[in-house]
Design a protein around this ligand. Sequence first.
Ligand SMILES: Cc1cc2nc3c(=O)[nH]c(=O)nc-3n(C[C@H](O)[C@H](O)[C@H](O)COP(=O)(O)O)c2cc1C
Length: 372
Amino acid sequence: MATAAATIPKDLSRLEAQAAGVLSPEALAYILAGAGDAGTTRANAAAFRRWKIKPRKGRRPRKVDLSTTILGTRMPAPVLFAPVGVQTLAHPEGDLATARAAAELGLTYLHSTQAAYKMEDVAAANGDGSRWYQLYWPTDDELTKSFLRRAKAAGYTHLVITLDTTLLGWRPRDLDRGYSPFLENKGIANYTSDPVFQRKLVAPANVAPLPAGIIFSGVFQNPGLSWDQLPLIRSSWDGPILLKGIQSPLDAKLAVEHKIDGIIVSNHGGRQVDGAIASLDALRPIVKAVGNELPVLFDSGIRTGRDVFKALALGADAVLVGRPYLYGLALGGQAGTHTVMQRLVDELETEVRKAGRRSHRSLSRSSLIRTP
Ligand SMILES: Cc1cc2nc3c(=O)[nH]c(=O)nc-3n(C[C@H](O)[C@H](O)[C@H](O)COP(=O)(O)O)c2cc1C
């Protein structure tokens, strides 16, 4: 931990530049990649800079309570590990290290369908920690049901369905290199370990990785996905269901109509639709439309504790962090990712105290000023 703590900058906005020095060119391109010319990824960051924290004078509370409960999951702070695929690009222990770090911190870990280690192994690494499962809904219903059965058996309590990646974004950094980790069988461990997927293979994936990668590509993209298919999930999953990738109040209202338990306002860190609005700009209209009806979580662009403060003040119940913890992983493995998330929460705590609040729950729009 001492080594990782030394390498992780206290100013977390410098993390990306520091991690760029240790990542391979392919890994850096894949992690950094925004869709198109990454305009939406930049917009995500710029949106945070437009909101400023209003300085307040007066007494500061001795202690701040950042704990919260989201759909029955108790958290020491309103910060979750976003589902991130192929984490071995950042560090050989990938998701195993992340899941251990999350358990140490008591923060909730979201396991991606595209993880580099299968969900059962990651659950074992997470131990008594809190874990949710993120589904990329495949085209094969039997495979979907099998993923859900396995996730339930491995102790994942909540299901997060990502809706913004039914077609992979146009990511020139990867296209220029002709690079897809999946064709090298990186990030498809949940598939290659699945009995339904295995039946599709002509030879085991470790013997014939390219055909496995191609068969994976055939079931992964699911552009025909629609609300009519929800009953399939409901019949196979009895826990809370959240939808990730919501950017419009109309879709948020549809989620409420379909009795979804929670939503995550996210544009996938700008990796899917270039030229789209910043995720932070989508947050308030969505909170106004449905914030009283279901929990609204947020991600895309959070780099520091003050960014978390801003998203909470604009109405998010909790936030997910993506790239920053991957950079921590690249710089220091499990200890690196632990340090990044700890610092982010520590900075949030300081900001909430400086705002004179005992809890993040009393933050509101009036805690901020919007600048042009
Ligand atoms: C390398 C990488 C892989 C990702 N993989 C997934 C994934 O498998 N499933 C998913 O729902 N989101 C995935 N995401 C998106 C994150 O969950 C999250 O929405 C995004 O990283 C938030 O933006 P940020 O990186 O600016 O924090 C990925 C993001 C990155 C950077």
